[in-house]
Ligand binder design. Structure first.
Ligand SMILES: Nc1ncnc2c1ncn2[C@@H]1O[C@H](COP(=O)(O)OP(=O)(O)OP(=O)(O)O)[C@@H](O)[C@H]1O
Ligand SMILES: [Mg+2]
Length: 500
């Protein structure tokens, strides 16, 4: 029995094919993974299902009956619910308003919004995900990224207005979630499956796909390659299907050992909401920062890149006293920063790649802004794009048109263009496919070999162990251990994070 069947879906953007022939069928009561490298066409396929993008050709059937999906409203009526990859929320509006955006708000006498009812309805919706700690009347923008994501996800689970939900489509829902938050979502997905609904699930986290999905369809370069039962395949099989070759190793070896000279030294540095920390990063060294969620990593990073004032202590950067009063100050002093949430913090989606990569560097590009010529910017952007192996049609392409993983590479290109002495990376490989991950790791190795110091904050423990020279463990706002990564295993590191 088939709930949804897609055959021979094709789509080109401005003559460039994004989908060249995708087949997919989803049975009732199954969690079906849609896998593929960055740019393979997953989100495009999902937007076609959602009635947001019109396909060039598609045979779409529900329960065997051909259907047309001409608009999001139609998709909704067919029983489809979506969590798209882009963050389309309004931070200034309340949590409740964001959850019910585009729907009928409850009213009093048909005229005035009944806020009490709206907030209660939002509370009920959040409750379905087991969330009780979020106040629906707060502005969405005041919540942590993980909580914002949970709010977005919950909007897919609003009670049905006439059209019962049959298929939930989630495009990388866990990219901004920590382990605990992800687990909550998985519990809900399993409940939905038990109730007979289906889920189409996109994620680059293979372990998560192996754990919660029943089936996987792999797309490569715009074509569906294969559909397999998860129970019948291994993690490595899935990787091979996705990138078309076996991956020998996950992490490139270090090119050079860290040098003796210190790039960053922090002495009794006072972190707001945390404690004083002392540590050093040497030239060519990758210092990993580990810890469970909210152990103080975020405020430490913000203090390093000038977004949060230190409450005491001192730092030096490349031998000079360093006390940035703003991120711009930090850039000037030689610090590069790659934020966790690339879309809201790192990119202007509506602008071309070259503007996004050169934005914080205008001063370095030309003494007077009026002299600034786009060709020069474009050349710099092309060079940087090559460095990060960006897949784009050219430096003039709008960032919005890039796949998620390639947007992440634009953020990298931007950080590297300033030739920083110290590079701060906050979860740099979230939402990035296995092939692009290796590219990013290789870039980090190259930069370190050139003498850059790197601070890598990651919740991916194997990534920390694989890439860092030393790992600083944070707990309750303090650095509790600094250990060599060589010889460390995941279990030991996890125990350090939990203080066992
Ligand atoms: N609006 C657009 N205009 C032009 N090209 C686009 C547009 N949207 C997507 N593309 C291109 O279509 C291809 C497929 O992109 P898509 O976003 O579907 O990839 P994806 O599989 O979701 O990747 P990721 O894992 O990085 O999110 C990419 O080459 C992308 O650059
Ligand atoms: Mg995508």
């Amino acid at each position: 029995m088939t709930l949804l069947s897609l055959k021979d879906v094709t789509k080109a953007y401005g003559g460039v094919p994004a989908l060249k022939g995708v087949d997919l069928s989803v049975a009732p009561g199954e969690i079906h993974a849609l896998m593929g490298e960055n740019g393979a066409g997953k989100s495009t396929l999902i937007k076609i299902l959602a009635g947001v993008v019109a396909p060039d050709h598609a045979d779409i059937r529900i329960d065997g009956q051909p259907v047309e999906i001409g608009s999001p409203r139609q998709a909704h009526r067919l029983g489809f619910r979506f969590i798209h990859q882009e963050f389309n929320v309004v931070p200034a509006l309340s949590v409740a308003e964001n959850i019910f955006m585009g729907r009928q708000y409850p009213t009093r006498g048909g005229l005035f919004v009944d806020w009490r009812k709206l907030n209660q309805a939002a509370r009920d919706t959040l409750q379905k995900l087991g969330i009780t700690h979020i106040d629906p009347s707060r502005p969405l923008g005041s919540l942590s990224l993980g909580d914002q994501m949970l709010v977005r996800i919950s909007s897919a689970f609003i009670g049905d207005d006439g059209a019962p939900a049959r298929l939930y489509v989630l495009d990388e829902p866990t990219a901004a979630l920590n382990r605990g938050e992800s687990e909550r979502l998985f519990t809900v997905l399993r409940e939905l499956r038990a109730s007979g609904a289906s889920v189409l699930y996109v994620s680059h986290r293979l372990d998560e796909v192996m754990a919660i999905c029943d089936m996987a369809t792999v797309v490569r370069d715009g074509r569906s390659i294969d559909t397999r039962r998860i129970a019948d395949i291994t993690h490595d099989d899935l990787v091979t299907l996705m990138i078309g070759r076996r991956v020998e190793e996950a992490y490139p070896p270090a090119i050079a050992a860290p040098r003796a000279e210190t790039v960053l030294a922090a002495q009794d540095l006072g972190i707001r909401g945390g404690r004083n920390v002392s540590f050093q990063v040497r030239a060519g060294e990758v210092l990993g920062i580990a810890g469970i969620a909210n152990a103080g990593q975020r405020n430490l990073l913000r203090t390093l890149f000038g977004d949060l004032a230190a409450t005491g202590g001192a730092m030096t950067l490349a031998g000079q006293p360093y006390r940035p009063r703003s991120p711009a100050d930090a850039w000037r002093a030689g610090l590069g920063y790659i934020p966790r949430e690339r879309r809201s913090e790192g990119l202007v989606l509506s602008r071309p790649i070259f503007e996004n990569t050169t934005l914080p560097h205008l001063a370095a590009q030309s003494r007077w802004r009026t002299w600034l010529t786009p060709p020069r910017e474009k050349r710099a952007a092309s060079e940087q794009g090559e460095l990060v192996r960006l897949k784009a049609s050219g430096p003039g392409q709008r960032v919005r048109e890039l796949s998620g993983g390639n947007q992440q590479k634009v953020v990298f290109a931007k950080a590297l263009l300033g030739k920083p002495r110290l590079l701060l990376l906050d979860e740099p490989t979230r939402g990035v496919d296995v092939g692009a991950k290796f590219d990013i790791y290789s870039i980090i190795r190259d930069m370190a070999a050139g003498g850059m110091g790197v601070v890598l904050v990651s919740s991916d423990l194997p990534e920390l162990i694989g890439m860092a020279d030393r790992i600083a463990v944070m707990r309750d706002g303090a650095i509790t251990d600094i250990v060599a990564a060589a010889g460390l295993n995941e279990e030991r590191l996890l125990n350090l994070c939990y203080g066992r």
